[in-house]
Design a binder for this molecule. Structure first.
Ligand code: FMN
Length: 253
């Protein structure tokens, strides 16, 4: 087995590494941006796929990855895992349905509540202590699920019909335009010191320096990696100012 994931602010990376290592200490767990990812998928039958929920959907980078590599999924047994700040309905089901189209066998789905990643919105913001509690509960759930999975029992969160309805009517229909493609909505303020941090952490190579300005293109997958790591809090996406930079590491140091 192998774990592959996409993670903007570190939550999904943490959950996947903990889950995969708890099930099989020898198994690899790598980002979908790792150059080895396709070879690793090809050589494994069981794949755990993890990503953050975005507007009750999967990030566009994941959707694109599944589609671009549609020939590698046939016959693969996939466990879909989605982390979320509050609610997704069928976060795991979104990739499960796509993967099934390409011949994958879905083993199950798992939803893990983690701290919210939207750094430029007050909504869902919690204190460090509250976020630490959320992570502790997530870790406990992961250990429990790992034990069940080892005995062949996969959870089915988010992959059934009613979850699909919850995700669709609870959120996706209202926010559909936000997740149908990459976005050009990253804004860079005058606080930018052109240090290049955002450029180095963007998984889409969507940021660059043009003259003496950092500019954003139209391939942002809304992961909040740049917004959460800019030393000057100069980048925003959905909101107008950075409320609090969110990084998994902040809660566990
Ligand atoms: C653009 C965006 C949209 C999000 N939408 C949802 C949502 O619909 N429901 C939810 O529970 N959490 C939502 N979240 C929160 C993330 O799913 C959650 O914080 C996740 O654990 C972040 O994982 P990461 O650190 O691996 O990127 C959203 C986050 C972002 C950045």
């Amino acid at each position: 087995m192998v774990g592959i994931y996409f993670s903007g602010t570190g939550n999904t990376k943490h959950c996947m590494e903990l889950l995969v290592s708890s099930v099989d200490r020898e198994a690899d767990c790598i980002s979908i941006t790792d150059k080895r990812v396709l070879d690793i998928i090809e050589s494994n039958e069981i794949i755990y796929l993890g990503y953050p929920t975005q507007f009750s959907n999967m990030p566009y980078i994941i959707r694109d990855f599944i589609k671009k590599n549609k020939n590698i999924w046939k016959g693969k047994k996939i466990f879909c895992i989605s982390t979320m700040g509050a609610f997704s309905g069928d976060g795991a089901g979104c990739s499960a349905r796509e993967l099934k189209k390409y011949g994958a066998i879905i083993l199950g789905g798992l939803h893990i509540h983690m701290p919210d990643a939207v750094c430029d919105s007050k909504l869902l913001k919690k204190s460090i202590v509250e976020n630490q509690k959320i992570i502790k509960e997530a870790d406990e759930k992961i250990y429990r699920i790992a034990n069940e999975v080892k005995s062949g029992k996969y959870p089915q969160e988010g992959v059934g019909f009613w979850s699909h309805m919850c995700g669709l009517f609870g959120q996706r229909l209202w926010f559909y335009n936000k997740t149908t493609g990459y976005t050009d909505k990253i804004k860079v303020s005058s606080a930018c010191s052109r240090c290049g941090k955002c450029i180095s952490v963007c998984p889409m190579e969507n940021l660059s320096i043009n003259g003496n300005k950092v500019i954003a293109g139209n391939k942002c997958t809304m992961c909040y990696s740049c917004v959460s790591q800019c030393p000057n809090k100069a980048l925003t996406l959905l909101g107008k100012t950075v409320v609090e930079q969110c990084r998994y590491e902040k809660y566990v140091d």
